[in-house]
Design a protein around this ligand. Sequence first.
Ligand code: SF4
Length: 267
Amino acid sequence: MPSDRFSFSRLQILDQCPIKYRFIYLDGRPVQGESIESYLGSRLHEALEWLYRERRTGRNILFDDLLNQFRALWRDGWHGFIYIVDRGWTTDDYYQQGQRCLAGYYRRFAPFDEPVDSTEQTLTFDLADHDDCLMTAVLDRLDNHGAGWWSIHDYKSGKNMLTVARAQRDLQMKIYALALVRTKDDLQRVDVAWHFLRHGKDIVLENVQWNPKRTATMLRKRIDKAREGEAQPETLQPRESLLCNWCYYWDICPAKVGQSHPAQVVR
Ligand code: SF4
């Protein structure tokens, strides 16, 4: 039985490729592969989580401390199924890029005195009272400014940066804002911030006025569509795209089986 908990990434996978959704959420097939971009993104998130956790103890964090932590996370998390698609890039290129991302973040935000409430917090909520749809949202960072004023922070390590216009329509952030509406009793104001680590830039929207009912209705439609697919798994078919190069189900995907994957395992 598929889980009754939905998330932005689960709905996104259904959009990107229905059969991949089936492999993950219906068949429960483990994937034995991770792109180096994903590996780098996870280590950056962990390094920033560490930074704010240490900061909350009152410790002053030097840039070298942050780099040492990143180095340890990179080394300790390494496993044998990390893939590179881009033949022009080496492992060291990604590692150096991670260091540059942290240098830019450090320059912009040291000494990190933000009123951090939590990092990597999972919020589970229903779309409306007595609704049978449960959503989960994992917030990279949540700041509490007091008097019902909260700000949500999301770290982006990919190469694409949002425009402000697209940020204002961003469904993932709207889900996070809805999570606060559904779980915080004192909510008065929500600010949202995207930190584009590769670009060294940030987008901040203050006091967003997203309509929570509209977000919930949109999610409800997408969850209903997912449940329809789950009830008729044969309708969940491959949807090939460039993203196939970052998918590690080629050995069982009807559209790719027998073909060799373009990515190489990093040694
Ligand atoms: S290889 Fe492409 S079509 Fe096949 S499951 Fe993965 S994303 Fe879908």
